[in-house]
Design a protein around this ligand. Structure first.
Ligand SMILES: NC(=O)c1ccc[n+]([C@@H]2O[C@H](COP(=O)([O-])OP(=O)(O)OC[C@H]3O[C@@H](n4cnc5c(N)ncnc54)[C@H](OP(=O)(O)O)[C@@H]3O)[C@@H](O)[C@H]2O)c1
Length: 329
């Protein structure tokens, strides 16, 4: 594993673990014992940052709620001082989209709930999960600054941040990381890279495999659980999407052959080699994929190889990619 610094001094593994899919959005919640084992395996492989959120919940067969933060907190308890726990506030899932609420009183209530579910007395990296159009960035930053002074959080970040919001928030309380979508199929935030460099803010890339699609292990015959597995309605996994993305998968296979790596590893190595302060957080419930994804940190792509891949990406046909649930408030 390789390690990188987010912001001024938060050191984390270049490939860190997105834990969301263990309870949320990728089918019914997985067995807790099994997922605890997976998190322990990740620690042994050198993963040091674990990503969760207060809203990553799922429904268990008896109708009760599976809280991702409880799973992650309990699994990491034996390693607490050695790992970075990242969680998020400010978003609730509703049947037709996301409800945002970043009022100071809501953030304060959320932080207490997260600390309780995680079973810890501090959160290493606390994100505002989505911009709340009704709350100024300065107000959110001031709340985060107070939480830092109280020792409840160590660093803060913003997910799906834009430049203006980030600059205003950062001026009040330095932001350590943005956590935005980023993959070969979702490159629209590349325009933020220069600003992040200027402000010394790290980039945590979520959905770096386009929800697994860039592993090239799925095709038009892949079946996903309707309702609980969001991939059942993601455009890149539809029969039409798979057809439109043939050239992209062929490129990944070809570069993979040249570099003795898998398509998933090439997808992750591509972004790591582009930005020294970028960290990817692929999610998986499987041991062999934890290892495979970690291996991406060892692959070197030269500036020429990156330019070649980017040029190909710029010119090829691609399907739409899942862009996240819509914000309804
Ligand atoms: N800030 C935000 O708003 C936001 C939004 C979405 C996600 N996130 C964070 O980002 C993390 C990752 O995002 P994501 O889960 O949406 O997308 P992702 O990491 O691009 O893809 C995860 C999916 O890919 C599969 N996968 C992973 N590695 C694989 C490999 N080597 N070969 C084949 N399949 C592989 C996993 O399936 P298996 O489990 O079957 O391996 C899983 O279904 C989440 O866990 C969450 O922490 C944040």
């Amino acid at each position: 594993m390789k390690y990188r610094t987010l912001g001024r001094d938060l050191t984390v593994s270049a490939i860190s673990l997105g834990c969301m899919g263990m309870t949320h959005a990728f089918g019914a919640p997985s067995d807790t014992k099994e997922m605890t084992k997976r998190i322990h395996e990740a620690v042994e492989l050198g993963y040091t940052m674990f990503d969760t959120a207060e809203c990553y919940t799922g429904t268990l067969p008896d109708g009760s709620t599976a809280y991702n933060e409880e799973l992650v907190g309990a699994a990491l308890a034996p390693y607490r001082e050695k790992v970075v726990i990242a969680t998020k506030c400010g978003v609730q899932h509703a049947p037709n989209g996301l409800i945002t609420d970043s009022r100071p009183e809501t953030i304060r209530k959320s932080v207490e709930g997260s600390l309780r579910r995680l079973g810890t007395d501090y959160i290493d990296l606390y994100y505002q999960h989505r911009i709340d159009p009704d709350v100024e960035p300065e107000t959110v930053a001031e709340t985060m600054s107070q939480l830092m002074k109280e020792g409840k959080i160590r660093y803060w970040g913003i997910s799906e941040a834009n430049e203006e919001y980030l600059r205003r928030a950062h001026a009040v309380c330095p932001v350590t990381a943005v956590q935005n979508r980023y993959s070969m199929m979702a490159r629209w935030h590349e325009s933020l890279f220069c600003t992040l460099e200027e402000l010394h803010i790290g980039y945590v890339a979520f959905s770096p495999l386009a929800n697994g699609f860039l592993s090239a292990k799925y095709d038009e015959k892949s079946k996903f659980e309707q309702g609980t597995d969001y991939r059942s309605s993601m455009p890149q996994f539809s029969a039409e999407g798979v057809k439109q993305n043939r050239e992209l998968l062929a490129l990944l296979e070809k570069v993979g052959e040249e570099k003795h790596a898998t398509p998933a590893q090439i997808s992750l190595a591509w972004m790591l080699c582009k930005r020294p302060s970028l960290v990817a957080i692929p999610g998986t419930r499987k041991s062999e994929r934890l290892r495979e994804n970690a291996g991406a940190a060892e692959i070197e792509l030269s500036p020429e190889e990156l330019a070649h891949i980017d040029c190909a990406l710029n010119h090829m046909e691609m399907s739409a990619v899942f862009g996240g649930a819509k914000i309804i408030k």
